[in-house]
Write a protein that binds this ligand. Structure first.
Ligand code: B12
Length: 214
């Protein structure tokens, strides 16, 4: 469901008006769960701005500033981390060969706020990601990609981990996977998440689903 404030936030972002954007966010959250504000307002507004940019209607600088302002808004509203952290499964999150960091940041913050402990590898190249996941003995690797070439590289990531004898499950998310229904299966991912909430469900389902039984 989309928030009725999406048009207003889109206008404020394109005008690079931080104050109006922040007020809009506050009205949308209005005492409710902060994640809902992000999923129903920030994601659709940025999606719309991305489409406008693809059609030549707005400048890349406006897309960039919209992303930056949304990062600030998300930092302001996401809840603090839970004090009793869940350390299972051993998890990490990364953006693979891409600089679209906002989605990863939200998924990371939401998982931590829900009590999960996980490594944040930032934006990394394939080789670094494989090495770090193996060194840390990661069991659930969350990978965010927003560009198609990066999404296709997940296939190399999955084979490199398998070749090294790892049972690590790779879960993917981001625009290419939401736009092309079966892409996550084609690249050999274990699962795909369309929202940050899906990441929580995937982490909690890990054990019920046979994870960690070796
Ligand atoms: C903001 C933005 C930028 C900003 C990024 C700022 C930042 N700090 O992140 C800037 C201006 C830097 C940028 C640059 C570029 N961009 Co850009 N950008 C966008 C835009 C408009 C929004 C992305 C975003 O932040 N969305 C909001 C976040 C919260 O949503 P999200 O990432 O999808 O994450 C949510 C879910 O997907 C999910 N999720 C995400 N990851 C994961 C992972 C897991 C495991 C799970 C469970 C869930 C999950 O949870 C999140 C919360 O709900 C998109 C349009 C779009 N539809 O995505 C284009 C878009 C991704 N960009 C695009 C392009 C082409 C570029 C550039 C190449 C432009 C250029 N010519 O330079 C560069 C490349 C930069 C690079 N090398 O990475 C294209 C990609 C096309 C393609 N198919 O490859 C898009 C789709 C625009 C378009 N319609 O054409 N961009």
């Amino acid at each position: 469901m989309q928030s009725p404030h999406v048009d207003e936030l889109t206008d404020a972002l394109l005008a690079m008006d931080r104050v109006r954007a922040s007020e809009c966010m506050k009205s949308a959250v209005n005492g409710g769960p902060p994640l809902q504000g992000v999923e129903t307002l920030v994601v659709p507004a940025l999606d719309r701005i991305g489409e406008m940019w693809a059609e030549g209607g707005v400048a890349l600088s406006q897309v960039y500033m919209s992303g930056r302002i949304c990062e600030e808004l998300v930092d302001q509203i996401l809840p603090p981390a839970s004090p009793s952290r869940k350390r299972q499964p051993r998890m990490a999150i990364a953006v693979l060969e891409d600089q679209h960091l906002l989605g990863k940041r939200i998924v990371y913050a939401i998982l931590r706020a829900s009590g999960y402990e996980l490594e944040d590898y930032g934006a990394v190249e394939l080789d670094t990601l494989v090495t770090r996941a193996l060194d840390d003995d990661i069991e659930l690797l969350l990978v965010s990609t927003l560009m198609l070439p990066a999404a296709l590289r997940v296939a190399d990531l999955v084979s490199a981990l398998k070749e090294a004898g790892s049972d690590c499950r790779v879960v993917v998310g981001g625009a290419p996977f939401t736009l092309t229904e079966d892409l996550w299966k084609d690249v050999g991912a274990y699962a795909m998440g369309a929202t940050a909430t899906d990441a929580i469900e995937l982490a909690s389902a890990w054990r019920d689903d046979g994870g960690g039984q070796q």
